[in-house]
Write a protein that binds this ligand. Structure first.
Ligand SMILES: Nc1nc2c(c(=O)[nH]1)N[C@H]1C(S)=C(S)[C@@H](COP(=O)(O)O)O[C@H]1N2
Ligand SMILES: [Mo]
Length: 203
């Protein structure tokens, strides 16, 4: 009886071995889906949402919600890792690969700045956005992406810390050099590989 009662107070649930191997160093498995937003939550009705690709490209691109819905859509099973140390294992999103979005734009640069409705920015190397590693997603676990998680559309870059996955994504500017985005200007690592624990500038 006493053992039963005290069970809930022994701390975080143990992560089974096969999942533990998917946890980068310093991370714990979170079963919920925490919301982390710097500042207010923008309201972006799908009818006024636009996604643009501009900057150092051969042909700038822009999609309305309706046009975006016509692009090849894929399901993306993945694990996500927040720099604040929670990881969500075995989740899934649905959206359009950056390979599809960048194909017609003909990028001429090496890096990108991602811009969100509300002003958030984050930087990525093009190499981290291409070859099946990044998506603009509109669904989470089969449902429309909730507004607090970036709905109607967010970037998803699951192999890097989750601050790179810009919510309410509005635009991708291709650059021929690297520039720090919002968190990267405030002490977060320029790349943010969770397997190398690239959390802060000094990592
Ligand atoms: N536009 C925007 N995107 C953002 C953020 C933000 O504050 N604004 N926070 C980032 C951080 S630090 C994390 S951990 C994830 C959190 O996503 P979630 O709220 O869906 O868990 O979104 C990232 N994308
Ligand atoms: Mo974060």
């Amino acid at each position: 009886m006493g053992g039963f009662v005290s069970r809930g107070f022994t701390g975080r649930r143990r992560t089974p071995d096969e999942l533990a191997a998917r946890l980068p160093p310093g991370q714990y498995a979170e079963s919920g889906f925490p919301v982390l937003t710097a500042g207010p939550t923008p309201e972006v009705p799908p009818d006024s949402w636009r996604l643009t690709i501009e900057g150092m490209v051969g042909a700038p691109q822009a999609w309305s919600w309706e046009e975006f819905a016509g692009l090849p859509f894929e399901s993306v099973p993945c694990d996500i890792h927040c720099v604040t140390k929670w990881s969500k294992l075995g989740t899934s999103f649905g959206g359009v690969s950056l390979d599809v979005l960048l194909a017609d734009a003909q990028p001429r640069g090496t890096h990108a700045m991602i811009h969100s409705y509300g002003g958030y920015t984050t930087n990525l190397a093009l190499a981290d956005l291409t070859d099946g590693k990044a998506w603009v997603v509109t669904e989470h676990e089969g449902e429309p992406l909730a507004r607090e998680h970036g709905g109607p559309a967010r970037l998803l870059v699951p192999h890097l810390y989750f601050w790179k996955s810009a919510k309410w994504v509005a635009g991708i500017t291709v650059l021929d050099h690297e520039e720090p985005g919002f968190w990267e200007s405030n002490g977060y690592h320029l790349r943010g590989d969770p397997w190398r624990e690239q959390r802060y500038w000094s990592d």
